[in-house]
Design a binder for this molecule. Sequence first.
Ligand SMILES: Nc1nc2c(ncn2[C@@H]2O[C@H](COP(=O)(O)OP(=O)(O)OP(=O)(O)O)[C@@H](O)[C@H]2O)c(=O)[nH]1
Ligand SMILES: [Mg+2]
Length: 432
Amino acid sequence: MALIERSFQEKIILVGVALGSKGYEEVESDLDELALLVDTAGAVVVGRVIQRRDRPDPATYVGGGKAEEIHRLSEELDVDTVVFDEELSPAQQRNLEKIFGRTAIDRTAVILDVFAQNASTPEGKAQVELALLSYRLPRLRGKGRSLSQQVGRIGTRGPGETKLEEDRRRLLERMSTLRRELREIQSTRQLQRRSRVRSRGATVSLVGYTNAGKSTLMNVLTDANVLAEDRLFATLDPRTRRLPLPGGEVITLTDTVGFIKKLPHQLIESFKSTLEVISEADLLIHVVDGSSKSAVEQMAAVREVLAEIGAGSIEEVVVLNKMDRVVGELPFEGDIPDAIYISAKEGTGVPDLLSEVSTRLRRRTVLKEVSVPIEHGEILAFLHREGEILSERSDETNINVLVRLDPASLGLLEKMLSDRKSGSLADGQFNL
Ligand SMILES: Nc1nc2c(ncn2[C@@H]2O[C@H](COP(=O)(O)OP(=O)(O)OP(=O)(O)O)[C@@H](O)[C@H]2O)c(=O)[nH]1
Ligand SMILES: [Mg+2]
Protein backbone atom coordinates (compact mmCIF):
# COMPACT_ATOMS: atom_id res chain seq x y z
CA MET A 1 0.00 0.00 0.00
CA ALA A 2 1.35 3.40 -0.92
CA LEU A 3 1.24 4.93 2.52
CA ILE A 4 2.81 8.34 2.78
CA GLU A 5 5.27 8.75 5.62
CA ARG A 6 4.00 11.34 8.05
CA SER A 7 6.54 14.15 8.32
CA PHE A 8 4.42 16.27 10.63
CA GLN A 9 1.81 15.56 13.27
CA GLU A 10 -1.53 16.57 11.92
CA LYS A 11 -3.45 18.80 14.35
CA ILE A 12 -7.17 18.30 14.54
CA ILE A 13 -10.30 19.98 15.94
CA LEU A 14 -13.32 17.75 16.50
CA VAL A 15 -16.84 19.03 15.89
CA GLY A 16 -19.93 17.36 17.35
CA VAL A 17 -23.53 18.43 16.95
CA ALA A 18 -26.33 17.75 19.45
CA LEU A 19 -29.11 17.33 16.93
CA GLY A 20 -32.74 17.29 18.05
CA SER A 21 -33.05 15.38 21.31
CA LYS A 22 -29.44 14.18 21.43
CA GLY A 23 -27.88 15.27 24.72
CA TYR A 24 -24.48 16.89 25.27
CA GLU A 25 -23.30 13.91 27.26
CA GLU A 26 -23.89 11.59 24.31
CA VAL A 27 -22.11 14.00 21.96
CA GLU A 28 -19.15 14.14 24.37
CA SER A 29 -18.93 10.36 24.47
CA ASP A 30 -19.18 10.17 20.66
CA LEU A 31 -16.35 12.70 20.45
CA ASP A 32 -14.28 10.62 22.89
CA GLU A 33 -14.61 7.75 20.45
CA LEU A 34 -13.83 9.99 17.48
CA ALA A 35 -10.72 11.22 19.33
CA LEU A 36 -9.64 7.59 19.73
CA LEU A 37 -10.15 7.01 16.01
CA VAL A 38 -8.13 10.14 15.16
CA ASP A 39 -5.43 9.01 17.54
CA THR A 40 -5.38 5.55 15.92
CA ALA A 41 -5.06 7.29 12.56
CA GLY A 42 -1.94 9.01 13.92
CA ALA A 43 -3.10 12.62 14.34
CA VAL A 44 -3.48 14.71 17.48
CA VAL A 45 -6.66 16.36 18.77
CA VAL A 46 -6.11 19.93 19.98
CA GLY A 47 -9.67 21.14 20.43
CA ARG A 48 -13.38 20.29 20.48
CA VAL A 49 -16.45 22.23 19.44
CA ILE A 50 -19.98 21.14 20.36
CA GLN A 51 -23.09 22.79 18.98
CA ARG A 52 -26.82 22.35 19.51
CA ARG A 53 -29.07 22.45 16.44
CA ASP A 54 -32.56 21.30 15.51
CA ARG A 55 -31.46 20.14 12.09
CA PRO A 56 -28.29 20.26 9.99
CA ASP A 57 -27.69 23.34 7.84
CA PRO A 58 -27.80 22.11 4.23
CA ALA A 59 -24.82 24.23 3.15
CA THR A 60 -22.44 23.94 6.10
CA TYR A 61 -24.01 21.48 8.55
CA VAL A 62 -23.23 23.77 11.52
CA GLY A 63 -24.46 27.06 10.00
CA GLY A 64 -22.48 30.04 8.75
CA GLY A 65 -21.89 31.71 12.14
CA LYS A 66 -20.60 28.54 13.78
CA ALA A 67 -18.44 27.79 10.75
CA GLU A 68 -16.78 31.22 11.14
CA GLU A 69 -16.20 30.51 14.82
CA ILE A 70 -14.56 27.16 13.98
CA HIS A 71 -12.44 28.97 11.41
CA ARG A 72 -11.18 31.47 14.02
CA LEU A 73 -10.41 28.67 16.49
CA SER A 74 -8.55 26.74 13.79
CA GLU A 75 -6.36 29.79 13.12
CA GLU A 76 -5.73 30.27 16.81
CA LEU A 77 -4.77 26.64 17.42
CA ASP A 78 -3.02 26.31 14.07
CA VAL A 79 -4.95 23.17 13.15
CA ASP A 80 -4.56 21.29 9.88
CA THR A 81 -7.90 19.54 9.70
CA VAL A 82 -11.42 19.89 11.11
CA VAL A 83 -13.15 16.53 11.72
CA PHE A 84 -16.94 16.33 11.96
CA ASP A 85 -18.58 13.46 13.82
CA GLU A 86 -21.54 13.51 11.45
CA GLU A 87 -21.45 12.54 7.80
CA LEU A 88 -20.92 15.58 5.58
CA SER A 89 -22.33 15.73 2.07
CA PRO A 90 -19.74 16.47 -0.63
CA ALA A 91 -21.21 20.01 -0.98
CA GLN A 92 -21.07 20.70 2.77
CA GLN A 93 -17.50 19.50 2.84
CA ARG A 94 -16.57 21.81 -0.04
CA ASN A 95 -18.29 24.84 1.50
CA LEU A 96 -16.68 24.27 4.89
CA GLU A 97 -13.22 23.94 3.38
CA LYS A 98 -13.72 27.28 1.66
CA ILE A 99 -14.63 28.95 4.95
CA PHE A 100 -11.91 27.25 6.97
CA GLY A 101 -9.16 27.51 4.38
CA ARG A 102 -8.18 24.01 5.50
CA THR A 103 -9.28 20.42 5.21
CA ALA A 104 -12.70 19.39 6.54
CA ILE A 105 -13.53 15.70 6.77
CA ASP A 106 -16.07 13.49 8.51
CA ARG A 107 -16.03 10.44 10.76
CA THR A 108 -16.41 8.13 7.78
CA ALA A 109 -13.14 9.42 6.29
CA VAL A 110 -11.33 8.79 9.59
CA ILE A 111 -12.66 5.22 9.86
CA LEU A 112 -11.68 4.55 6.25
CA ASP A 113 -8.22 5.94 6.97
CA VAL A 114 -7.76 3.59 9.94
CA PHE A 115 -8.92 0.64 7.83
CA ALA A 116 -6.51 1.65 5.05
CA GLN A 117 -3.61 1.76 7.49
CA ASN A 118 -4.51 -1.64 8.99
CA ALA A 119 -5.18 -3.63 5.81
CA SER A 120 -2.43 -6.17 5.19
CA THR A 121 -3.66 -9.01 3.00
CA PRO A 122 -4.46 -8.65 -0.72
CA GLU A 123 -8.15 -9.16 0.02
CA GLY A 124 -8.20 -6.67 2.90
CA LYS A 125 -6.40 -4.09 0.78
CA ALA A 126 -8.75 -4.56 -2.16
CA GLN A 127 -11.79 -4.28 0.10
CA VAL A 128 -10.54 -1.08 1.71
CA GLU A 129 -9.55 0.43 -1.61
CA LEU A 130 -13.01 -0.28 -2.99
CA ALA A 131 -14.64 1.38 0.03
CA LEU A 132 -12.32 4.39 -0.24
CA LEU A 133 -13.03 4.85 -3.92
CA SER A 134 -16.76 4.66 -3.45
CA TYR A 135 -16.45 7.29 -0.72
CA ARG A 136 -14.26 9.51 -2.90
CA LEU A 137 -16.15 9.16 -6.14
CA PRO A 138 -18.88 11.72 -5.33
CA ARG A 139 -16.23 13.97 -3.79
CA LEU A 140 -14.02 14.24 -6.85
CA ARG A 141 -13.45 17.87 -7.74
CA GLY A 142 -13.45 19.39 -11.19
CA LYS A 143 -10.17 21.25 -11.28
CA GLY A 144 -6.88 20.63 -9.58
CA ARG A 145 -6.24 19.18 -6.20
CA SER A 146 -8.56 20.33 -3.47
CA LEU A 147 -7.66 20.85 0.15
CA SER A 148 -8.97 17.48 1.22
CA GLN A 149 -6.81 15.86 -1.41
CA GLN A 150 -3.53 17.07 0.09
CA VAL A 151 -1.65 13.84 0.54
CA GLY A 152 -0.41 12.55 3.84
CA ARG A 153 -3.42 13.53 5.89
CA ILE A 154 -6.41 11.63 7.18
CA GLY A 155 -8.81 10.97 4.36
CA THR A 156 -6.11 11.06 1.71
CA ARG A 157 -3.90 8.12 2.53
CA GLY A 158 -4.20 4.52 1.61
CA PRO A 159 -4.55 2.52 -1.52
CA GLY A 160 -5.92 4.39 -4.47
CA GLU A 161 -4.60 7.77 -3.49
CA THR A 162 -2.83 8.25 -6.80
CA LYS A 163 -6.14 7.51 -8.50
CA LEU A 164 -7.54 10.73 -7.12
CA GLU A 165 -6.02 12.64 -9.97
CA GLU A 166 -7.61 10.49 -12.55
CA ASP A 167 -11.01 11.08 -13.91
CA ARG A 168 -14.26 9.55 -12.85
CA ARG A 169 -14.26 6.98 -15.60
CA ARG A 170 -10.87 5.61 -14.57
CA LEU A 171 -12.10 5.45 -11.00
CA LEU A 172 -15.16 3.48 -12.01
CA GLU A 173 -12.98 1.14 -14.04
CA ARG A 174 -10.70 0.58 -11.08
CA MET A 175 -13.72 -0.15 -8.89
CA SER A 176 -15.02 -2.75 -11.26
CA THR A 177 -11.57 -4.38 -11.48
CA LEU A 178 -11.46 -4.52 -7.68
CA ARG A 179 -14.93 -6.04 -7.54
CA ARG A 180 -13.86 -8.71 -10.01
CA GLU A 181 -10.66 -9.47 -8.07
CA LEU A 182 -12.63 -9.70 -4.86
CA ARG A 183 -15.18 -12.03 -6.42
CA GLU A 184 -12.35 -14.35 -7.44
CA ILE A 185 -10.71 -14.40 -4.00
CA GLN A 186 -14.11 -14.82 -2.46
CA SER A 187 -15.30 -17.73 -4.49
CA THR A 188 -12.17 -19.69 -3.52
CA ARG A 189 -12.73 -18.85 0.12
CA GLN A 190 -16.36 -19.78 -0.04
CA LEU A 191 -15.51 -23.22 -1.41
CA GLN A 192 -12.96 -23.73 1.38
CA ARG A 193 -15.49 -22.64 3.95
CA ARG A 194 -18.26 -24.84 2.63
CA SER A 195 -16.05 -27.92 2.72
CA ARG A 196 -14.93 -26.99 6.22
CA VAL A 197 -18.50 -26.60 7.35
CA ARG A 198 -19.38 -30.02 6.01
CA SER A 199 -16.49 -31.80 7.59
CA ARG A 200 -16.07 -30.02 10.88
CA GLY A 201 -19.40 -29.40 12.47
CA ALA A 202 -20.73 -26.16 13.86
CA THR A 203 -19.26 -22.77 13.03
CA VAL A 204 -19.07 -20.05 15.65
CA SER A 205 -18.07 -16.45 15.03
CA LEU A 206 -16.65 -13.91 17.46
CA VAL A 207 -18.40 -10.58 16.94
CA GLY A 208 -18.35 -7.32 18.83
CA TYR A 209 -17.44 -3.70 19.05
CA THR A 210 -13.89 -2.84 18.00
CA ASN A 211 -11.36 -3.25 20.83
CA ALA A 212 -13.77 -5.38 22.93
CA GLY A 213 -11.21 -8.20 23.16
CA LYS A 214 -12.30 -10.62 20.41
CA SER A 215 -8.77 -11.41 19.25
CA THR A 216 -7.48 -11.74 22.81
CA LEU A 217 -10.24 -14.29 23.43
CA MET A 218 -9.45 -16.06 20.12
CA ASN A 219 -5.84 -16.43 21.29
CA VAL A 220 -6.91 -17.77 24.68
CA LEU A 221 -9.20 -20.35 23.09
CA THR A 222 -7.04 -21.46 20.17
CA ASP A 223 -3.49 -21.32 18.88
CA ALA A 224 -4.48 -18.69 16.31
CA ASN A 225 -1.89 -16.23 17.55
CA VAL A 226 -3.73 -13.26 16.03
CA LEU A 227 -2.77 -9.67 16.63
CA ALA A 228 -4.53 -8.25 19.68
CA GLU A 229 -3.80 -4.62 20.38
CA ASP A 230 -5.16 -1.59 22.13
CA ARG A 231 -5.94 -0.12 18.77
CA LEU A 232 -9.21 0.25 16.88
CA PHE A 233 -9.75 -2.18 14.01
CA ALA A 234 -6.57 -4.14 14.69
CA THR A 235 -8.26 -7.10 13.00
CA LEU A 236 -9.46 -6.77 9.42
CA ASP A 237 -8.98 -10.24 7.99
CA PRO A 238 -10.91 -13.18 9.35
CA ARG A 239 -8.99 -16.02 10.99
CA THR A 240 -10.52 -19.44 11.57
CA ARG A 241 -9.36 -22.20 13.93
CA ARG A 242 -10.69 -25.51 15.20
CA LEU A 243 -11.78 -25.55 18.79
CA PRO A 244 -12.63 -28.72 20.75
CA LEU A 245 -15.44 -28.21 23.26
CA PRO A 246 -15.58 -29.95 26.64
CA GLY A 247 -18.17 -32.44 25.32
CA GLY A 248 -15.72 -33.62 22.66
CA GLU A 249 -17.32 -31.98 19.64
CA VAL A 250 -15.04 -29.84 17.51
CA ILE A 251 -16.26 -26.49 16.19
CA THR A 252 -14.64 -23.89 13.98
CA LEU A 253 -14.18 -20.49 15.56
CA THR A 254 -13.62 -17.32 13.53
CA ASP A 255 -12.25 -13.98 14.65
CA THR A 256 -13.10 -11.13 12.35
CA VAL A 257 -13.40 -7.37 11.94
CA GLY A 258 -14.95 -5.38 14.78
CA PHE A 259 -17.85 -2.98 14.46
CA ILE A 260 -18.38 0.62 15.50
CA LYS A 261 -21.24 3.09 15.75
CA LYS A 262 -22.09 4.43 12.30
CA LEU A 263 -19.84 1.93 10.52
CA PRO A 264 -19.56 3.42 7.01
CA HIS A 265 -21.91 1.71 4.57
CA GLN A 266 -19.09 1.70 1.98
CA LEU A 267 -17.14 -0.64 4.28
CA ILE A 268 -20.09 -2.92 4.96
CA GLU A 269 -20.63 -3.15 1.23
CA SER A 270 -17.01 -3.93 0.31
CA PHE A 271 -16.44 -6.28 3.29
CA LYS A 272 -19.55 -8.24 2.36
CA SER A 273 -17.74 -11.52 1.84
CA THR A 274 -15.62 -11.18 4.98
CA LEU A 275 -18.84 -10.58 6.87
CA GLU A 276 -20.42 -13.72 5.40
CA VAL A 277 -18.45 -15.73 7.91
CA ILE A 278 -20.69 -14.07 10.47
CA SER A 279 -24.00 -14.33 8.64
CA GLU A 280 -23.41 -18.03 7.94
CA ALA A 281 -22.43 -18.93 11.51
CA ASP A 282 -24.45 -21.31 13.66
CA LEU A 283 -23.82 -19.26 16.78
CA LEU A 284 -22.28 -15.89 17.59
CA ILE A 285 -20.12 -15.08 20.60
CA HIS A 286 -20.84 -11.39 21.13
CA VAL A 287 -17.83 -9.98 23.01
CA VAL A 288 -18.60 -6.79 24.94
CA ASP A 289 -16.12 -4.61 26.81
CA GLY A 290 -17.88 -4.84 30.18
CA SER A 291 -15.58 -2.21 31.65
CA SER A 292 -16.79 0.46 29.23
CA LYS A 293 -19.47 2.85 30.36
CA SER A 294 -20.86 2.66 26.83
CA ALA A 295 -21.21 -1.14 26.91
CA VAL A 296 -24.98 -1.19 26.35
CA GLU A 297 -24.78 1.39 23.58
CA GLN A 298 -21.97 -0.55 21.92
CA MET A 299 -23.98 -3.76 22.04
CA ALA A 300 -26.85 -2.00 20.31
CA ALA A 301 -24.50 -0.67 17.61
CA VAL A 302 -23.15 -4.20 17.02
CA ARG A 303 -26.67 -5.60 16.74
CA GLU A 304 -27.56 -2.91 14.24
CA VAL A 305 -24.67 -3.96 11.99
CA LEU A 306 -25.54 -7.64 12.49
CA ALA A 307 -29.08 -6.95 11.30
CA GLU A 308 -27.72 -5.05 8.32
CA ILE A 309 -25.55 -7.98 7.20
CA GLY A 310 -28.34 -10.54 7.62
CA ALA A 311 -27.06 -12.00 10.90
CA GLY A 312 -29.70 -10.40 13.12
CA SER A 313 -31.51 -13.62 13.95
CA ILE A 314 -28.51 -15.83 14.69
CA GLU A 315 -28.42 -16.85 18.33
CA GLU A 316 -25.72 -15.09 20.36
CA VAL A 317 -23.91 -15.80 23.60
CA VAL A 318 -23.16 -12.45 25.21
CA VAL A 319 -19.76 -12.27 26.87
CA LEU A 320 -18.91 -9.40 29.19
CA ASN A 321 -15.14 -9.15 28.91
CA LYS A 322 -12.43 -7.22 30.80
CA MET A 323 -13.99 -8.13 34.15
CA ASP A 324 -10.51 -7.79 35.71
CA ARG A 325 -10.99 -4.04 35.32
CA VAL A 326 -14.36 -3.89 37.00
CA VAL A 327 -14.74 -3.33 40.72
CA GLY A 328 -18.13 -3.84 42.30
CA GLU A 329 -21.44 -4.14 40.49
CA LEU A 330 -21.78 -3.35 36.83
CA PRO A 331 -24.17 -0.45 36.27
CA PHE A 332 -26.00 -2.36 33.53
CA GLU A 333 -26.00 -5.76 35.21
CA GLY A 334 -29.75 -6.34 34.92
CA ASP A 335 -29.93 -5.10 31.32
CA ILE A 336 -27.95 -8.03 29.93
CA PRO A 337 -29.46 -11.30 31.13
CA ASP A 338 -27.61 -14.60 30.59
CA ALA A 339 -24.26 -12.95 29.99
CA ILE A 340 -21.05 -14.85 30.71
CA TYR A 341 -18.49 -12.84 32.66
CA ILE A 342 -14.89 -13.29 31.61
CA SER A 343 -11.47 -11.76 31.49
CA ALA A 344 -9.82 -12.86 28.28
CA LYS A 345 -6.62 -11.32 29.55
CA GLU A 346 -6.55 -13.41 32.71
CA GLY A 347 -8.40 -16.40 31.31
CA THR A 348 -11.15 -16.29 33.95
CA GLY A 349 -14.64 -17.42 33.00
CA VAL A 350 -13.42 -19.20 29.87
CA PRO A 351 -14.58 -22.70 30.96
CA ASP A 352 -18.07 -21.27 31.62
CA LEU A 353 -18.09 -19.77 28.17
CA LEU A 354 -17.09 -23.05 26.52
CA SER A 355 -19.77 -25.02 28.30
CA GLU A 356 -22.38 -22.38 27.41
CA VAL A 357 -21.37 -22.56 23.74
CA SER A 358 -21.59 -26.32 23.89
CA THR A 359 -25.04 -26.20 25.54
CA ARG A 360 -26.39 -23.69 23.05
CA LEU A 361 -25.13 -25.70 20.09
CA ARG A 362 -26.62 -28.87 21.51
CA ARG A 363 -29.94 -27.19 21.94
CA ARG A 364 -29.94 -26.70 18.22
CA THR A 365 -29.21 -30.35 17.49
CA VAL A 366 -31.69 -33.19 17.26
CA LEU A 367 -31.58 -36.74 18.49
CA LYS A 368 -32.29 -39.35 15.81
CA GLU A 369 -32.52 -43.08 15.82
CA VAL A 370 -31.28 -44.50 12.54
CA SER A 371 -31.26 -48.06 11.40
CA VAL A 372 -28.48 -48.56 8.85
CA PRO A 373 -28.20 -51.75 6.77
CA ILE A 374 -24.80 -53.29 7.38
CA GLU A 375 -23.73 -52.98 3.74
CA HIS A 376 -24.12 -49.17 3.88
CA GLY A 377 -20.91 -48.43 5.70
CA GLU A 378 -20.66 -44.99 4.14
CA ILE A 379 -23.81 -43.86 5.94
CA LEU A 380 -22.44 -45.14 9.20
CA ALA A 381 -19.17 -43.32 8.53
CA PHE A 382 -21.13 -40.16 7.78
CA LEU A 383 -22.98 -40.40 11.11
CA HIS A 384 -19.71 -40.88 12.96
CA ARG A 385 -18.15 -37.94 11.22
CA GLU A 386 -21.02 -35.47 11.44
CA GLY A 387 -22.81 -36.45 14.60
CA GLU A 388 -22.28 -37.54 18.12
CA ILE A 389 -23.06 -41.25 18.49
CA LEU A 390 -24.83 -41.95 21.76
CA SER A 391 -25.42 -45.66 21.26
CA GLU A 392 -24.82 -48.27 18.60
CA ARG A 393 -26.31 -51.77 18.49
CA SER A 394 -26.11 -54.24 15.65
CA ASP A 395 -28.30 -57.14 14.73
CA GLU A 396 -27.92 -59.47 11.78
CA THR A 397 -28.85 -57.00 9.07
CA ASN A 398 -28.73 -53.52 10.60
CA ILE A 399 -26.75 -51.27 12.82
CA ASN A 400 -29.08 -49.22 15.00
CA VAL A 401 -27.62 -45.89 15.94
CA LEU A 402 -28.80 -43.19 18.30
CA VAL A 403 -27.13 -40.06 17.05
CA ARG A 404 -27.18 -36.34 17.78
CA LEU A 405 -27.07 -34.23 14.60
CA ASP A 406 -27.24 -30.58 13.72
CA PRO A 407 -29.92 -29.49 11.24
CA ALA A 408 -27.43 -29.20 8.35
CA SER A 409 -26.14 -32.75 8.78
CA LEU A 410 -29.67 -34.01 9.18
CA GLY A 411 -30.49 -32.41 5.84
CA LEU A 412 -27.48 -34.13 4.25
CA LEU A 413 -28.48 -37.47 5.74
CA GLU A 414 -31.97 -37.12 4.36
CA LYS A 415 -30.51 -36.33 0.96
CA MET A 416 -28.25 -39.40 1.12
CA LEU A 417 -31.26 -41.50 1.95
CA SER A 418 -33.40 -40.18 -0.85
CA ASP A 419 -30.50 -40.54 -3.33
CA ARG A 420 -30.34 -44.18 -2.39
CA LYS A 421 -34.00 -44.89 -2.61
CA SER A 422 -33.71 -45.76 -6.26
CA GLY A 423 -30.79 -48.05 -5.46
CA SER A 424 -30.56 -51.05 -3.22
CA LEU A 425 -32.22 -49.42 -0.27
CA ALA A 426 -35.92 -49.92 0.20
CA ASP A 427 -38.30 -47.47 1.86
CA GLY A 428 -38.87 -47.84 5.55
CA GLN A 429 -35.47 -49.21 6.38
CA PHE A 430 -34.60 -46.00 8.11
CA ASN A 431 -36.35 -44.82 11.16
CA LEU A 432 -36.00 -41.07 10.78
N1 LIG B 1 -7.88 -5.48 31.07
C1 LIG B 1 -8.23 -6.26 30.06
N2 LIG B 1 -7.86 -5.92 28.81
C2 LIG B 1 -8.24 -6.74 27.80
C3 LIG B 1 -9.01 -7.91 28.01
N3 LIG B 1 -9.24 -8.49 26.81
C4 LIG B 1 -8.64 -7.71 25.88
N4 LIG B 1 -8.03 -6.65 26.47
C5 LIG B 1 -7.26 -5.58 25.82
O1 LIG B 1 -8.10 -4.84 24.96
C6 LIG B 1 -7.39 -4.42 23.79
C7 LIG B 1 -8.11 -4.88 22.56
O2 LIG B 1 -8.08 -6.28 22.48
P1 LIG B 1 -8.28 -7.06 21.11
O3 LIG B 1 -8.34 -8.49 21.46
O4 LIG B 1 -7.30 -6.62 20.08
O5 LIG B 1 -9.74 -6.51 20.71
P2 LIG B 1 -10.58 -6.82 19.40
O6 LIG B 1 -12.00 -6.95 19.82
O7 LIG B 1 -10.01 -7.97 18.66
O8 LIG B 1 -10.39 -5.46 18.61
P3 LIG B 1 -10.33 -5.13 17.02
O9 LIG B 1 -9.77 -6.29 16.29
O10 LIG B 1 -9.44 -3.94 16.97
O11 LIG B 1 -11.73 -4.81 16.64
C8 LIG B 1 -5.98 -5.01 23.93
O12 LIG B 1 -5.13 -4.02 24.45
C9 LIG B 1 -6.18 -6.15 24.92
O13 LIG B 1 -5.00 -6.43 25.66
C10 LIG B 1 -9.36 -8.25 29.36
O14 LIG B 1 -10.02 -9.24 29.66
N5 LIG B 1 -8.95 -7.38 30.32
MG1 LIG C 1 -9.26 -8.10 16.81
